[in-house]
Each structure stands twice: as C-alpha cells, then as structure tokens.
Design a protein around this ligand. Sequence first.
Ligand SMILES: [Zn+2]
Length: 97
Amino acid sequence: MASLKIELPRSDNVLFVFYDFETTQVTKVTETATLHDTNLVCLQQYCSQCEMLADIDEDCERCGRRQHTFWDVPIGDLLSYLCEPRPWVSKVVAIAH
Ligand SMILES: [Zn+2]
C-alpha cells in the first residue's frame, strides 16, 4: 500500500502574471451607469527563476521582459500574450489586481 504524501504543487514551470485594466467611463449606458471601456492593460510577471529579482525592469533569462503594457487592443493583446507558446511553461496563472 502506498503511503499518503502531502506535497505542495511544484511551481517550477508556472508563469505568474499580475494584470490591471485601466478604463475610461465616458459612455453612458443608463442614466446612472457608464461603460468601463478598457484603454490600457499593464502586467507584471515572474517565474521561479526571477521571483526574487527586486527590479522589475531586469529581464529574466527564462521568461524574458517582466513588465508589459498593451494600448492598441488591450484585452486582445493581453490574451494573445498569455497564449504565446512557451516550451518551459506548464501553466500560466493570471491574477487581476
Ligand atoms: Zn522569470
């Protein structure tokens, strides 16, 4: 009978992404509500190799540039970026803040 092991999940092959949407609210939807129209997405990321690097402007050997902004098609560009093929990544964890 195999013994029960309690192990934390490995995060060696995880890319953690923290993103934020900036929006305008100039379009009225109702008398009291406005549309939050995303005009900018900012993200920062880290992997197990760069999680201890304090300077976000310092590129990581594995995950590359660690800070990105998307202006043109902000949400579409964010989704495209998250779905880029990365051979070393088994999971991308994207967290809004
Ligand atoms: Zn990294």
